[in-house]
Design a binder for this molecule. Structure first.
Ligand code: NAD
Length: 234
């Protein structure tokens, strides 16, 4: 897949799955911009410190992007796991603010650029836990399920403007986000994977690049699971 001449924005691209997507897009010839609250990884893409949960920061960050930005990956995300009865207001709203509102702020601004160019591809990173629920993740699953609704509505509204909007729902992928999980939780996820192994960040990146490519020009409003078959088992 070649993305020569295309400009992409990847949120949360400083590390983990987002970094893998940003690197893959660079390798495929795209000019890539990353918004993240972490440290600049000094990679082959341009980096800007933007907190996606802050609409004003997002607006300023996007105003500084080339107007030809036609690929967006809403990947920035956090988890603050706790069982429902013990979850604080802050744990609830922080996760909704970053994972759902953040994606909305970025999508709204970038879709304006894409609509003017009459071309765009948007991929939102959800989770299989949005589709099946997960103990201890009321905030995270609500946010990630919200992303599925946002994806489908955006697909309807933006389709006539030449923009596709899809979601990728990974299963467990070993990154900084999941490394602190107890070994039993990782083992249980591996047991659920009918392929006998967890998906890796590169597997998620491949699915994202497909949905960003011209090969996926007739796919919109879709949710693509990349989970080694974990969801099938659940
Ligand atoms: P990660 O923690 O390694 O990376 C997340 C990145 O997002 C980090 O670079 C972080 O600095 C950035 N970020 C966090 N808050 C931000 C904010 N407010 N503004 C801008 N950037 C912010 O996590 P990951 O595992 O690579 O996850 C990437 C995405 O994939 C997330 O949306 C996550 O929910 C989703 N996901 C991960 C898994 C998994 O098992 N790792 C499974 C399903 C979905």
């Amino acid at each position: 897949m070649s993305f020569k001449g295309r400009t992409a924005l990847v949120t949360g691209g400083a590390r983990g799955i987002g970094r893998c997507i940003a690197d893959a897009l660079v390798d495929a010839g795209a000019r890539v911009h990353v918004f993240d609250v972490g440290d600049d990884p000094r990679a082959a893409f341009s980096f800007r410190r933007v907190d996606v949960s802050d609409a004003a920061q997002v607006r300023a960050g996007i105003a500084a992007l080339p107007p030809a930005t036609s690929l967006l990956v809403n990947n920035a995300g956090i988890a603050r796991d706790r069982s429902l009865l013990k979850m604080s207001d802050a744990e609830w709203s922080e996760v909704l603010d970053v994972n759902l509102s953040g994606a909305f702020y970025v999508l709204r601004e970038v879709a304006g650029l894409m609509a003017r160019a009459r071309h765009g591809r948007i991929v939102n990173i959800s989770s299989i836990n949005a589709l099946r629920g997960k103990f201890g993740q009321a905030n995270y699953t609500a946010a990630k399920a919200g992303l599925v609704g946002l994806t489908k509505t955006a697909a309807r509204e933006l389709g006539p403007k030449g923009i596709t909007v899809n979601a990728v729902a990974p299963g467990m992928v070993m990154t900084e986000l999941t490394r602190s999980l107890p070994a039993e939780a990782v083992g249980a996820a591996r047991d659920q994977a009918v392929l006998g192994r967890l998906a890796e960040a590169g597997d998620v990146a491949h699915a994202v690049l497909f949905l960003l490519s011209d090969a996926a020009r007739s796919i919109t409003g879709e949710v693509l699971r990349v989970d080694g078959g974990q969801y099938l088992h659940a």
